[in-house]
Write a new protein. Structure first.
Length: 96
């Protein structure tokens, strides 16, 4: 299995050049509405690393945000490791 590279410098630079620049130029707060990580991107493929790097950039540049955790149907009593379509960050770590 190939390791996944998260381009932290690109995320930092893009956050600085777009939302942070907009906020500074117009003296307004910026809100990043609903970012997420697709369910198919398992923990072993960089899911948590991407979230950590993106959140670090948003916090560093004072950009408010919400994380999208929608699913197409309720999980009910199904095991947490059973696949679902959605954007869960920690409950679906992929195949064992």
């Amino acid at each position: 299995e190939q390791p996944v590279r998260v381009d932290a410098s690109w995320l930092q630079r893009t956050t600085r050049e777009v939302p942070y620049s907009l906020s500074r130029t117009f003296n307004v707060p910026v809100f990043c509405n609903q970012w997420g990580v697709k369910n198919e991107l398992y923990r072993s493929h960089g899911r948590l690393e991407y979230a950590r790097v993106l959140l670090d950039a948003l916090v560093q540049y004072n950009v408010s945000s919400t994380y999208w955790i929608w699913r197409s149907y309720p999980k009910d009593d199904r095991p947490l490791d059973q696949p679902v379509w959605g954007f869960e960050l920690v409950h679906n770590s992929g195949p064992r």
